[in-house]
Design a protein around this ligand. Structure first.
Ligand code: HEC
Length: 138
């Protein structure tokens, strides 16, 4: 009799374990996917549209921007402006492109200049992640 009690206890534990473990695995997968997305950020698909929307009204050669920084192509971004290269690959917090979006930039005014609404935090995260993961031209 005792044996069967122990046996059913083991069975319950085993069922409980199998019921729980897929959920844990699922959780792990989601975080992996999240990481994967950051490393897969594409300049063309993710970054260029952000710069176009928020920065290109001013940062093109036609606009004669005093910063001499043009954000309309990967080559122009990397070439930099008056204060040198705006991107330090792998170091978003040291990159002027990110620093200038903060409310207290190291020089000049916060970007985007004359903004009417706050620069969205999610969008800033995407720019940071792209720089952190190598600022690739992909
Ligand atoms: C309404 C026009 C305008 C918009 C929009 C704008 N900028 Fe600027 N930006 C300027 C002007 C003018 C300067 C030069 C004065 C200064 O540094 O504050 C400048 C300077 C900069 C600099 C310094 C470059 C250097 O080497 O001196 C960076 C970096 C920069 N902007 C990034 C951005 C980013 C990123 C965006 C989009 C999120 C953006 N700007 C949107 C007008 C603009």
């Amino acid at each position: 009799m005792k044996k069967s009690i122990i046996l059913s206890f083991v069975l319950v534990v085993a069922i409980g374990f199998t019921a729980f473990s897929p959920q844990e695995k699922k959780g792990a997968k989601t975080t992996d996917a999240g990481k994967g997305k950051a490393t897969q950020l594409s300049y063309k698909k993710d970054i260029a549209p952000i710069l176009k929307k928020y920065c290109l009204p001013c940062h093109t050669e036609d606009m004669m921007n005093p910063s001499e920084l043009y954000l309309d192509s990967y080559e122009n971004i990397m070439a930099g402006g008056k204060h040198g290269k705006p991107i330090i690959v792998g170091k978003p917090d040291s990159s002027n492109l990110i620093k200038k979006i903060s409310l207290k930039p190291p020089f000049g005014d916060p970007m985007p200049l004359k903004r009417k609404t706050e620069f969205p935090a999610d969008t800033l995260k995407i720019l940071k992640a792209w720089i952190e993961h190598g600022a690739k031209n992909n």
